[in-house]
Design a protein around this ligand. Structure first.
Ligand code: FES
Length: 102
């Protein structure tokens, strides 16, 4: 089902993970970029500060929450990496949104 291209070429795109530019295969998720960058964690838990990293890679565990392009709490395994995307560590809980609840 998954075969390498005959010419061996894999198109890559540059993304920034914790300030470091990493090239990832086109179509890879932001969580894959975190793992390809060699990080062992991408967030700290709100209670206890335990380190977490992408785990299930399919949107179930929420261990991959990260700040992506300045927006916290993004589920990085469900977001395709884009050229120039900035992925950063998320520490603790994000601030609650202000405004009215409908
Ligand atoms: S790695 Fe499990 S939800 Fe993203």
């Amino acid at each position: 089902m998954f075969r390498p291209r005959p010419d061996g070429a894999v198109a890559t795109i540059p993304v920034e993970v914790e300030g470091r530019v990493v090239r990832v295969p086109a179509g890879a998720s932001a969580a894959a970029a975190v793992l390809l960058a060699g990080l062992t964690s991408i967030r700290d838990t709100a209670i206890g500060g335990g380190e977490r990293a992408p785990y299930c890679m399919m949107g179930i565990c929420f261990e991959c929450l990260a700040e992506i392009d300045g927006v916290p709490n993004r589920q990085s395994c469900m977001i395709a990496a884009r050229p120039g995307m900035r992925i950063n560590r998320q520490s603790g809980a994000r601030p609650a949104p202000s405004g009215e609840i409908e």
